[in-house]
Design a binder for this molecule. Structure first.
Ligand code: TYM
Length: 328
């Protein structure tokens, strides 16, 4: 059997560089690798675990499908599907998995604690259950590789634990899924603190930003005098250098680091150069995106066929789990 890959992104808006470098680039690498059968999902059920707008949920999921396709996910090679189209199966498996996991384990996850801080008034069962739904997403396809950013590691740890328990207690044959790591596994925020995130205004650049917008966003990124004895390892300057490395390579980063401790960096030049490099990488994606926007029927077809293909695999696993757990 080919090894399987599963990944997903929530339908919370247009993708940003963190999603692209941390997740999509890994998805593309594995799509190219003939050893793997790849399934890429839009996690719209996960979107519902924090406050969301029901009027835009469906259109947001569709936007992510289009972002996926623009980035090069190819429905001829990968199954591209929307999670809620197979909600009956994913949510069903999540319930079965929840029988082998303690409440304490879920409550102590750092990702859960972060969300509780962010949305203290919305600490729902759905939020507590987030990692189990994600484990179900992965295990339902018996996927062994998951291209996601480093922030998702605690969730993968849960998926591995659940797989082990299901295998030991019920004789399932779930692989223990591991993270497929990309160079951009942690893309820092433009604001100098934390990671690039859709929920932090000013922290991100989206895949649809044009050169002028990218420049504007970079312009407010915090810097310093540009010169000193030691190159900062945290904060705004460190983050800009990390982005230079991601878009222009390690060599260019070293040159800037050298400049910092000698003549000094002119941040206007650095930011202009970085904006140009980011924009060059995004241009072909934006071009494909325009073509897709003009072809809604094709996008409908991708979503429909993706759901059918995903369902065929998911149905088998759920039947197997039901049987092994005593549901006949
Ligand atoms: P989401 O929507 O929060 O994040 C989507 C993906 O983008 C990555 N990412 C980053 N990577 C590097 N640097 C950043 N600044 C950055 N910001 C976001 C995330 O690591 C993730 O890979 N729980 C998942 C969605 C999901 C899923 C799944 C993933 C649901 N079911 C099954 C894999 C398998 C999530 O956090 O999405």
């Amino acid at each position: 059997m080919e090894k399987r890959v599963l990944s997903g992104i929530r339908a919370t808006g247009r993708l940003h560089l963190g999603n692209y470098l941390g997740a999509v680039k890994g998805m593309l690498a594995l799509q190219r690798d003939s050893e793997y059968e790849t399934l890429y999902m839009i996690a719209d059920l996960h979107t519902m675990t924090t406050p969301y707008d029901r009027k835009t949920l469906t259109s947001m999921a569709r936007e992510v499908v289009m972002d996926y396709l623009s980035c090069g996910l190819d429905p001829e090679k990968s199954v591209v599907f929307v999670q809620s189209d197979v909600a009956d199966l994913h949510a069903q498996l999540a319930f079965y998995l929840s029988t082998v996991v303690s409440v304490a384990r879920m409550r102590h996850l750092p990702t859960f604690k972060d969300k509780v801080k962010q949305y203290p008034k919305h600490v729902t069962m759905a939020l507590l259950n987030y990692p189990l739904l994600m484990a179900a997403d992965i295990l339902i396809y018996k996927a062994s590789k998951v291209p996601v950013g480093i922030d998702q590691e605690p969730h993968l740890e849960v998926a591995r634990e659940v797989a082990r328990k299901m295998n030991a207690q019920y004789g399932m044959d779930f692989p223990e899924p591991t993270r497929f790591v990309t160079e951009g596994e942690y893309v820092p925020s433009l604001m100098g603190e934390g990671k690039m995130s859709k929920s932090v205004e000013g922290s991100y650049i989206t895949l649809t930003d044009d050169l002028a917008t990218i420049k504007k966003r970079l312009a407010v990124a915090p810097t310093d005098s540009g010169k000193g004895d030691k190159v900062p390892s945290t904060g705004g300057v460190a983050n800009l250098l990390a982005l230079i490395e991601l878009f222009e390579g390690r060599k260019r980063r070293r040159e800037y680091e050298e400049q910092y401790v000698t003549d000094g960096i002119q941040y206007k030049d650095l930011k202009d150069e970085l904006a140009g490099a980011i924009s060059r990488e995004l241009e072909p994606i934006q071009k494909r995106r325009k073509e897709l926007e003009a072809d809604p029927k094709y996008v409908d077809q991708v979503i429909r066929e993706g759901a059918e293909k995903a369902r065929l695999i998911a149905r088998k696993t759920v039947a197997e789990v039901r049987e092994k757990m005593g549901l006949g």
